[in-house]
Design a binder for this molecule. Structure first.
Ligand code: FAD
Ligand code: FES
Length: 492
């Protein structure tokens, strides 16, 4: 499923591998985090190389909904509840710094961006209580949100708050502009290069699919970190959600909106190629590999959109995942046992536009100079009992999925070949097989995740094998797509 953003743009060619020689800073991942970090370092005169397993912005950045906002649903109360008011304030300051950097870059680069009011709304009584709390927490942190009598949506709402002058854009426009400036400063982007491991010596040696690469520093901007040091995969919950664009006859909402009720619905518009506007609807998230039928989520998204914008015609549909930390604040800085030369940034929980820029600012400041005050507060936060309990809950869910996955895999594989677009896991004699059929071709691979051995589950929307433990994903024929796994599945 190709996103509206990726479908709209042609990507420039990858840089030749011989230009990797002499790079000082190696960045893994050409999403927003990797590109902003790379550009900040290149602007400081460093020679930067970005290694990207797939193509520019191919993963979450190219499949986001790209709302850039300091009002993030009910996030501020969540961060404050899981940490402290001081940390929540620093989180807000960090996001403001990230947003300011990104909007200035977008303005300077001449990239189209629309200023919009950001709205959090509720359609239920429980949601209305969340809205009320978010209003009070936001105001106590100095964010000038206002209560709205009318959310400007074509259905009734129980409560809504708004924040003026936030922004939305096409994330590929931004990724391409970042890549272009990086290249003018001598930086390089190497696509189709998968990082498989690293030794944090002097120099850092990075093991990749095209051989070893060396540098003074290594930054993992790979979504979830692709090195297991620090066990970040166990401290993050991978969540997948859906988005679709629609051509609509009739009025479209003026604001960017997000429901605080579950399941969430995210709404914005975007300029269309014919000079009009498209409606974008997203949400309906769940743990990666933990929903029996992701295709049914898309059907739900279509149905919900048709109910509220009758006659809406879907033009594109896509899905992506992001990672949540137990305390609701991103992990950023040195990777443990990386000898001060390996860095990471992750855990934006679907608020990665401002957060990836603020983490990039933190990473560049860590490497080049003084950390801003907000970064110090975020770095020295303590783990509260609430965050600890959330982390334990995440661990318990992973253990449950290991157990149920293996119990299911030990049952016999159905005798019949899977139907088109379907997949099944089971035992054939003593072998475990993940059997699927995509575009008329049958694929048989190992159902055991190459990261840490959980049993994969079939994603009937993306036609992929998804891991319910830590979110790795593989194509039907076993190629690694994303997540902490570094190796492909064994083919049967
Ligand atoms: C459906 C959805 C909607 C969202 N909407 C919003 C929104 O409206 N506003 C907002 O603020 N945030 C939103 N987010 C969150 C935001 O999109 C992400 O947080 C952000 O794009 C993450 O950027 P990133 O660079 O960290 O990760 P990515 O864009 O995923 O980049 C990581 C890159 O690393 C590469 N990589 C991974 N492993 C390796 C390896 N081993 N070797 C080499 N390369 C590797 C990947 O191929 C990938 O290109 C949304 C997220 C989702 C899922
Ligand atoms: S991603 Fe860790 S076991 Fe699959």
């Amino acid at each position: 499923m190709t996103s509206l953003w990726l479908a709209r743009h042609e990507l420039p060619p990858s840089d030749p591998l011989d230009r990797l020689d002499g790079a000082e800073d190696i960045i893994v991942g050409a999403g927003l985090t990797g590109l902003v970090t790379a550009l900040l370092l290149a602007r400081a005169g460093r020679r930067v190389a970005v290694l990207e397993a797939r193509t520019l912005a191919a993963v979450t950045t190219g499949n986001t909904t790209a709302k850039l906002s300091l009002l993030q649903g009910a996030r501020l109360q969540e961060v404050q509840h899981r940490t402290t008011q001081r940390v929540a304030r620093a989180y807000l300051d960090a996001n403001r710094a990230g947003m300011d950097w990104l909007t200035e870059f977008i303005g300077d680069a001449g990239v189209p961006m629309q200023r919009r009011q950001s709205v959090s709304y509720a359609a239920t009584d429980n949601g209305a209580a969340l809205i009320d709390r978010e209003y009070r927490v936001a105001r106590s942190l100095g964010l000038p949100v206002t209560r709205l009598a009318d959310a400007g949506l074509p259905f009734p709402t129980r409560a809504a708050i708004g924040l003026a002058d936030q922004a939305q854009f096409d994330p590929l426009d931004v990724a391409l502009a970042l890549a272009a400036e990086l290249r003018t400063l001598g930086g390089t982007i190497h696509e189709g290069v998968r990082v498989r491991g690293a030794k944090a010596g002097r120099p850092v040696v990075v093991h990749t699919s095209v051989g070893d690469v060396t540098g003074s520093t290594l930054t993992l901007a790979s979504g979830t970190p692709v090195l297991d040091r620090g066990l970040y995969f166990a401290k993050l919950e991978a969540k997948r959600s859906y988005a679709a664009s629609y051509a609509v006859n009739g009025p479209l909402p003026a604001a960017m909106s997000l429901s605080v009720d579950q399941p969430t619905h995210s709404i914005r518009t975007t300029p269309s190629d014919d000079g009009g506007e498209l409606l974008l609807v997203g949400g309906l998230g769940h743990g990666v590999g933990r929903h029996p039928s992701p295709a049914s989520r898309v059907a739900h998204l279509d149905e919900w959109t048709q109910t509220h914008w009758p006659g809406a015609r879907r033009t594109h549909v896509w899905s992506a995942q992001d990672y949540e930390s137990p305390h609701g604040v991103p992990f950023v800085g040195h990777l443990p046992r990386g000898r001060g030369r390996v860095y990471l940034a992750t855990g934006y929980d679907k608020w990665g536009m401002a957060n990836s820029a603020q983490c990039a600012l933190t990473l560049a400041a860590t490497m080049l100079g003084e950390l801003p005050d907000w970064a110090r507060v975020l770095h020295h936060r303590i783990t509260t009992p609430v965050a600890l309990a959330r982390g334990l809950g995440m661990g318990a869910a992973v253990a449950r999925h290991y157990a149920t996955g293996w119990a299911g895999a030990l049952r016999s594989l159905p005798a019949d070949a899977p139907r088109e677009g379907q997949g099944a896991v089971g035992r054939e004699g003593i072998r475990l097989v993940a059997d699927s059929c995509v575009d008329g071709t049958r694929h048989r691979v190992s159902p055991v995740c190459t990261h840490m051995g959980a049993i994969l589950s079939w994603n009937d929307q993306e036609k992929s094998w998804d891991c319910p433990a830590h979110g790795s994903r593989f194509t039907a024929d076993g190629c690694r797509l994303e997540g902490p796994a570094c190796r492909d599945l064994r083919r049967k």
